[in-house]
Design a protein around this ligand. Structure first.
Ligand SMILES: [Mg+2]
Length: 381
């Protein structure tokens, strides 16, 4: 029996953070907007298409972005705001899709393999997109293709606010004229090697024998050989809720002030703890990340008993910090991440008195919700 035709849709909200901001404040519509960190040391997390016209793009240092586009409006968002919209879109997709993956806060893959027996996958995805836009008012684009890689590139080509179907058999032709850096993972080094080989477009790769690509680029060369032919076997990983909750902050000035660093660590741990409880979840793993002034970055994680208690999270984070930190070295960035997220109901028996703890934290978080996070600081922070 022939295996069913693969169809994978990739949906990606257009400049998601900006779109959420504009929804909340319609006056921002059509203006160059940059979402990112501080003007001096932060980086751009995303920007509106109006700002992109000035050459601004995500991951660019804020300083450079403001030089390119001095009139840009700088906005910061709250995590809660974005995750609420993200969850809304996720719910709409979950209600319809047979199998889907949430690749990031604003990006989804839907596996429609074999579904063409029952409906037209293209029309189905068009309808899904229309429903998302209709309900949330957020612009979203999609690419539909026979695998994840081609679908994602198709989305990229369809943006902003469009869609594109690369029909089965058309993968190679679709890719051929595109520049090689459309493949995710082609960084500066690979780009340079490819350039030296005279390769500019994906189509150029087709003329190079596999052995040469492998010799020049190793395993990555083999990968490129296949990708250029539109071959990619990545699976759509069925969505499970929040895999991790994290926060990090880059300091205005590098610092080795232990008091300050520990205070920050506690503050950040409380923040992810708050998020965890708001999602009504438990965590089984805490990680701390330190980036030094010279950009050397270290991370360490520890498995803990499932908990949502700030006390236990703070103890774990402190221990990790002390194990990681090279004293006196100035720190640029600190991060805390919770992973192995699971639901209360599954883990209830792990608490000595789960109800008591739930009620205590609910009371604390109610105050935080009502008056903002600054209102209630525990003695330690
Ligand atoms: Mg996006």
């Amino acid at each position: 029996m022939q295996s069913p035709q693969r169809y994978i849709a990739h949906l990606d909200l257009d400049s998601f953070f900006v779109s959420v901001k504009v929804l909340n404040n319609p006056q921002l519509k059509g203006k160059p907007i940059i979402v990112g960190g501080s003007k001096d040391r932060g980086v751009v997390s995303t920007c509106s298409y109006e700002a992109r016209k000035f050459g601004v793009h995500s991951a660019m240092p804020m300083k450079k972005a403001m030089e390119l586009c001095p009139d840009a409006i700088l906005v910061h968002g709250t995590r809660g705001e974005y995750s609420r919209f993200s969850r809304w879109v996720t719910d709409i997709i979950a209600a319809k899709a047979p199998l889907f993956e949430k690749a990031s806060i604003d990006e989804f893959y839907v596996d429609l393999t074999g579904m063409d027996k029952f409906f037209d996958p293209y029309q189905w995805t068009i309808d899904l997109r229309a429903e998302i836009i209709d309900k949330t008012q957020l612009p979203i684009s999609f690419g539909l293709a026979t695998n994840k890689m081609v679908a994602k590139i198709a989305t990229d080509m369809a943006k902003p606010n469009g869609y594109l179907f690369v029909r089965p058999g058309m993968e190679q032709a679709f890719l051929a004229s595109l520049p090689v850096n459309k493949f995710s993972g082609v960084g500066d080094v690979t780009h340079k090697v490819l350039n030296e080989m005279g390769i500019k477009t994906i189509g150029d790769i087709l003329g190079i024998p596999l052995t040469i690509l492998e010799k020049k680029l190793g395993k990555w060369g083999v990968d490129l050989y296949n990708k250029a032919r539109g071959i990619h076997n990545g699976q759509v990983n069925n969505y499970h809720e929040a895999k991790s909750i994290s926060t990090e902050s880059t300091f205005e000035e590098n610092t080795s002030d232990m008091n300050f660093l520990l205070k920050e660590l506690v503050r950040m741990t409380e923040r992810v703890g708050f998020e965890l409880r708001r999602e009504e979840k438990l965590t089984g793993c805490v990680a701390v990340k330190i980036r030094y002034a010279n950009f050397e970055t270290t991370t360490k994680q520890a498995t803990i008993n499932f908990t949502f208690s700030d006390d236990e999270l703070i103890v774990a984070a402190m221990q990790l910090f002390h194990q990681l930190y090279k004293s006196e070295k100035p720190v640029r960035l600190l991060g805390v991440r919770l992973s192995e997220i699971s639901s209360h109901s599954l883990q209830g028996s792990l608490f000595d008195s789960p109800e008591k703890k739930v009620n205590l934290y609910k009371a604390i978080d109610d105050v935080k919700n009502k008056y903002g996070r600054g209102a209630l600081k525990r003695a330690r922070s």
